[in-house]
Design a protein around this ligand. Structure first.
Ligand SMILES: [Zn+2]
Length: 349
């Protein structure tokens, strides 16, 4: 005879020991299934007399009910803790991600981005608005409207990447941010919203082999002012104000005659050497000055190209490299450090 009490006690222990819902399924199969101990005991009922069979049958039935109840309870408990474990495993642990960046914390904006934002802030403080434009331009916007006709020697200064888009017009990656000047003036003429006081930051491209002072993909910021009665003195004053505000009160600017196709007259824009503060050093070749960018009065040919009436309006433009600006301000010997993603360099900034 099978001892139902022993069978039930054993089965209860197995149910309690099941660690997962899958374990519990196995236990249920072995205890309550057709090959289980209870089923075997049930089969013995046939050999008993009616009285014995009835009382034994009741014992078996009650035992099975208790086991079924115990299995159900255990299953609810196991399913809940399994779900909890799955949720805990799936949870996005931000603390861990934070630590993955190392003791410095969350990282920071790239020096070029930070420099662009600081320059924008400085110019906005001087009354300029920030404008942007496309990085792929037609030949008209990048060259012709800026007084650089086809085959003009100045195109040699701006060799770039050409895009084969199968369009009637040549499309290039812009070599400077100046095409945005054309967009701004065209729009202002169309909508009658002259004057313009804007700075234009953005990415530019030239087919330069990268070296300590050049990158094939670089960043410029340029300013455009078109208003009534604008003179060269306004240009010089704007540049001096910017230089002192951005680089510090002991840094000044000076202009030297130069040539650019889209300004007339044109000048190179130099500032006090930030390394020697004007005393003369190797970086500035002993002159006390370093070149930052170019500037000049908007060429009448450019006004004509965009339909600005030059009997009423005049203006100036200036521009320089954001990467160069960062290089000077932070004393970076080689511009290529800005694009190499060497953490030993980036962590210093
Ligand atoms: Zn110097």
């Amino acid at each position: 005879m099978i001892d139902v009490e022993v069978v039930e006690r054993q089965a209860m222990a197995e149910v309690g020991a099941a660690k997962t819902v899958a374990d519990l399924d196995d236990v249920e199969q072995s205890v309550l299934g057709k090959r289980g101990a209870l089923a075997a005991a049930h089969r013995q009922l046939g050999a008993m007399d009616p009285e014995q069979r009835r009382s034994m049958g009741r014992v078996l039935h009650e035992s099975r009910q208790r086991l079924e109840q115990a299995i159900t309870d255990r299953r609810v408990h196991l399913a809940a803790s399994e779900r909890e474990a799955a949720l805990a495993a799936d949870r996005l642990d931000l603390t861990e991600a934070f630590e993955a960046f190392g003791p410095e914390g969350r990282g920071h904006l790239h020096l070029t981005t930070r420099t662009r934002l600081e320059l924008e802030d400085t110019f906005v403080g001087m009354g300029f608005v920030v404008a942007e434009g496309p990085e792929a331009e037609t030949d008209w916007y990048n060259f012709e409207a800026l007084n650089i006709p086809p085959a003009h020697p100045a195109r040699g200064m701006f060799d770039t990447f050409y895009l084969e888009l199968g369009e009637p017009e040549t499309v290039v990656l812009r070599t400077h941010t100046s095409p945005v000047q054309i967009h701004l003036m065209e729009e202002a003429v169309r909508s009658g919203t002259l004057p313009i006081h804007a700075v234009i930051p953005g990415r530019c491209y030239r087919r330069d082999t990268p070296d300590a002072r050049h990158l094939a993909v670089f960043h410029q910021i340029e300013g455009l002012v078109v208003d009534r009665g604008i003179t060269f003195a306004d240009l010089a004053g704007t540049i001096e104000t910017f230089t002192g505000t951005y680089f510090g009160a002991d840094i000044h600017s000076r202009l030297r005659p130069a040539y650019f196709p889209f300004t007339e007259p044109s000048a190179e824009y130099e500032i006090t050497c930030t390394i020697c503060h004007g005393g003369g050093c190797r970086t500035c070749s002993g002159t006390g000055w370093i070149e930052l960018g170019g500037c000049g009065m908007v060429d009448p040919a450019v006004f004509d190209a965009v339909g600005v009436d030059r009997s009423e309006w005049s203006g100036f433009a200036f521009g320089f490299g954001i990467d160069r600006c960062a290089q000077m301000r932070h004393g970076i010997a080689d511009l290529r450090a800005l694009i190499e993603n060497d953490l030993r360099f980036l962590r210093q900034l």
